[in-house]
Design a protein around this ligand. Sequence first.
Ligand code: TYM
Length: 332
Amino acid sequence: MKRIFSGVKPTGHLTLGNYLGAVRRWADVDQHRADALFCVVDLHALTVEHDPARVRRLSRQAATLLLASGLDPELCTVFVQSHVDEHARLSYVLECVATDGEMRRMIQYKEKAARERERGGSVRLSLLTYPVLMAADILAYGTDEVPVGDDQTQHVELARDLAVRFNQRYGHTFVVPRATHPEVAARVMSLQEPTSKMGKSDDVGPGIVYLLDEPDVVRKKIMRAVTDSGQDVVYDRKARPGVANLLDILAACEGGNPEALSGVYESYGALKKDTAEAVVELLRPVQERHKQLCADPAYVEGVLRDGAEKAREMARPKVDAAYRAIGLLPAG
Ligand code: TYM
């Protein structure tokens, strides 16, 4: 059976981008067709300035939302990264096969480091090594596929490169993973700045639809989305990024094709209205289930405890094998 691993970082409230680009597919498809693990990657949230209490809160919320989105602990493993030591253990060993040049070339590192510096802050070393920890997340489980949005492609490529390099130098240890993306909405854009990604930690307020936004808030954000200067509804991501983004979102909600949908609409207003209603309907069951789960925090805690135990058992043999292969003396 195929092994699937993916994760979400608790640096902000989960967004429609996270849902359409990743989480929905984990629930609807991936957990049913493979041995799948889904992780709240809290160690990754410490790579930029953070408030400890907020990270804890967001980690709990992210785990609850993953379950509310339909991840079923009977079908897959849901857990929190810091509960499984193997991630950090393997990350160090992979740092010994990665190079600093490789890290400095990572697009997300360059963008985030520039932003930290603009704010007058300093760049944490963990921001530079972030992709190595992500590679460890993936490689520790012998992962075949990593279902992610478009923005994570470069990071998964790095995990592949490190796996191949490690195997060549120290003997076959790791499965070489590959990224998979949804056909539509692999990169949902900000509603206010449709040339930038809708990112939970990058953007603010009106450009982002959060999974827990009330229906009226969703409607308002989508109705006020920045569209393009033209009049007719055409699907052109370069020339008409705002309209293309709405068509992508609508197509992802309804299971259609964005290009075909563009022919159905004669005005931006009608497109926005239908998109808003489609998103409200998409989020409704997730929000209802989230409310129920919030009333039962012991259930969520139990799922995470069992998930961590299962994950630990799965990761340990692989990480032990990597330690032996690279020359570390077994503890006996
Ligand atoms: P994160 O937390 O930024 O995002 C979680 C998932 O949501 C996808 N995503 C999007 N998809 C489409 N449109 C968007 N606007 C959008 N925004 C986010 C992301 O591609 C991702 O699939 N580094 C990762 C977390 C991570 C991870 C891993 C993922 C850590 N270790 C191992 C896979 C495997 C991240 O920051 O995701």
